[in-house]
Design a protein around this ligand. Structure first.
Ligand SMILES: *[C@@H]1O[C@H](CO)[C@@H](O)[C@H](O)[C@H]1NC(C)=O
Ligand SMILES: *[C@@H]1O[C@H](CO)[C@@H](O)[C@H](O)[C@H]1NC(C)=O
Length: 366
């Protein structure tokens, strides 16, 4: 019997899980996800917010239809869960109960950021601070499956993968909304990045205290190139990225990579952090769009106005016919086709400019 099943047999309810596990054994026992709308899989459905996607045509190409995912199909973490060998997608925190918690939970929430106030312009959301508190609650609930023995629970958690994708909204729905937020009048891009990373590193250390050891953090993507910004800022030529926005997030991304080095080089003993450079991989995907089979990189497949980016995809709106030809599904979010490519690169690339210092597959088998 595998070490996984021995552990799992501690609780009677887990016989169920074990019989499933023997049919397909994932490479890690569980997968926990923290983030924003790029990876939210339904946590915002019952929240009072404009950042919601639980209506058609969102989910048009998804096996379970409309779930609250912010694109036509799978998110990058759905694809990663499959690559890691999970038989099912990781459930949203809003619905995860009982022994299913042992496989992991998705805490992500559309409009959420590292800072609590980020995204308030869209309504309620679950900020990273609250996502981390929700994980602490899950850890309490998991204890009963480990006979309240913290040693065995911590050993279990130390083999799981923790994925965090945050920061985009701290720029889009905070710093670059000067009418609603004061951050851009108080901080320059460099000092704002430092401020965000102070909070983020503290939140990551909190996850470490709660048992996280294998942690994946993702860069903020080139948000100056999303259809929303192309429609908003690019004057004259609406297919040109806003490089002033892209440049502003560079200090955040390079600072995040530095934190990964510090955590790995002794600051957090036993921790293995991985930095996914989604900024570089997205830019490379857009620069080599044809190679990847894309025809449209500057318009959402579904949306209204210039670049289909002025108003996001509305209920019952007719999307483009061939979703596999578009990098963007709506004003903000990549299509499933783009997510599949980004996830595969994070999982298996051997280039340090994609994923650093090791890839997710290597992290899993450590
Ligand atoms: C917890 O489990 C470990 C490993 O099985 C064991 O050595 C330890 O004594 C247990 N601790 C408690 C408090 O039961
Ligand atoms: C607009 O910008 C894109 C990307 O930089 C470029 O390929 C295209 O030729 C430009 N179009 C015009 C009309 O300047």
């Amino acid at each position: 019997m595998s070490r996984f099943c021995e552990l799992v047999l501690l609780g009677l309810a887990l016989v169920w899980l074990c019989s499933r596990a023997t049919s397909q054994n994932p490479q890690v026992p569980c997968f926990f996800i923290f983030g924003d709308s790029l990876v939210d899989n339904g946590n915002n459905n019952d929240i009072l917010t404009l950042a919601r996607a639980n209506y058609m045509p969102y989910g048009l190409d998804f096996s379970q239809g409309v779930t609250g995912r912010f694109n036509n199909g799978r998110t990058t973490v759905d694809v990663l869960a499959q690559l890691l060998g999970f038989p099912d997608f990781i459930p949203p925190y809003s619905r995860a109960r009982g022994p299913a918690l042992l496989r992991g939970v998705n805490y992500a929430s559309g409009a959420a950021g590292i800072r609590d106030e980020t995204g308030n312009n869209l309504g309620d959301h679950i900020s990273l601070n609250r996502q981390v508190s929700n994980f602490a609650r899950t850890v309490q609930q998991m204890k009963r499956f480990f006979r309240r023995n913290d040693t065995t629970l911590n050993s279990y958690l130390s083999r799981c993968i923790f994925y965090l994708g945050l920061g985009s909204n701290d720029y889009l729905n905070n710093y670059f909304m000067p009418n609603l937020y004061t951050t851009s009048s108080v901080y320059n891009p460099k000092s704002y990045a430092t401020l965000l990373l102070q909070d983020y590193s503290r939140q990551l250390m909190e996850l470490y205290k709660l048992g996280a050891r294998k942690v994946v953090v993702t860069a903020v993507g080139p948000i100056g190139c999303i259809p929303y910004q192309l429609a908003r800022y690019s004057k004259g030529n609406s297919s040109r990225c806003d490089e002033s926005i892209n440049n502003a997030i560079i200090p955040f991304n390079s600072g995040l990579q530095n934190w990964v080095d510090r955590f790995n080089k002794g600051l957090l003993p036993g921790a293995r952090f991985v930095y996914v450079n989604s900024y570089e991989t997205s830019r490379s995907l857009e620069a080599n769009a044809a190679y990847y089979g894309f025809q449209v990189i500057d318009k959402g497949c579904c949306g209204v106005g210039r670049n289909n980016g002025q108003i996001t995809c509305l209920p019952m709106q007719q999307p483009c016919d061939d979703r596999t030809k578009y990098v963007f599904w709506d004003a903000f979010h990549p299509t499933e086709a783009a997510n599949i490519i980004l996830a595969r690169i994070a999982y298996g690339s051997n280039s340090h400019s994609d994923v650093y210092p090791i890839n997710i597959q290597q992290l899993a088998i450590l």
